[in-house]
Design a protein around this ligand. Sequence first.
Ligand code: SF4
Length: 345
Amino acid sequence: MSLGETLAVLTEAAGFDMSPRSERPVRARCGRLLKVLLCGKCSFDCAYCAVRTKREAYALAPADLARAFLTMHREGRADGLFLSSGIPRDVDETMAGILETGEILRTSGFTGYLHLKVLPGAARADIAEAARLADRISINLEAPSASRLSEVAGVKDYRQDIEKRQAWIADAMPGRHTTQVVVGAAGESDAEILTCMERQYRRLGTARVYYSAFTPLTGTPLQGRPPAPLWRQNRLYQVDALVRAYGWRADGVADVLDGDGFLTDADPKILLAREMPPVDVNAAPYADLLRVPGIGPEGARRILDARRRRPLHSGADLRRCGVAHRAAGYLVFEERDVQTTLFAF
Ligand code: SF4
């Protein structure tokens, strides 16, 4: 098989990893991101994973992968690289290949976006080296807790191989690391994912948690399980935005869960707003404005800015702030003296 054909196989195999499709701080630098595995075979036993089903050991040598990527980069076909790998034999050996690829790219003068995956059980020195080379590094949690992971992945030790490594990652690259959770593979509830989510953002400073709806794959032990609906993944992203970007605490969001701890297919922000009294657009603090469906961080900042100049009176004033029309239904436009507003803020 040619280098190009092997690269195509390993690029397709990397598709199971959700991150980093929307890493906004670096998006401009990674518009065309090549996601690829160094090796498409794995000796681990994660029951949901496509890579474990592969019999052929498709793999690229670090020098070949780096050369192929640099060619694509020169030709304008790839701006950045997301590099992960199956673990054919040994974690240290595979991490060495990932790091060697990164080292070749950097010493070849590549200064663009590089995301390196940290494998479960990786050595601390390798994590530090990955942080030195890459713009982002990540380790996949895959499940929200040790007990849930043990149901679908017998080899990985959640506390030792993943949580301990993630703490090292957070230390080596604060605020620039990500992770992924497979949704629906281990029977976990959204309440469990919410608890995990809060820990990631509040305690570990994780930049993004990605959610991947479980899809049963032929040839895996979970092939008979029903897939997780895509709407569940999407609703988790909406809850994630409330916790990560809006600063809501997980227990404040938990009201949207049903009696079994699962999300329903409805916008969580709208559900939470149902019991909310109307918000005075001319007096509410930033945090209260953020609770209004249709007002995001940017819209809330524009409202604060606009009302420093004069009170807002109508939906037209909201539109000038870039706020969605539906927000008006949750707001009142009580008059405020301009001078009072200025002093108040
Ligand atoms: S360690 Fe990663 S690549 Fe290997 S089976 Fe598990 S999820 Fe798949």
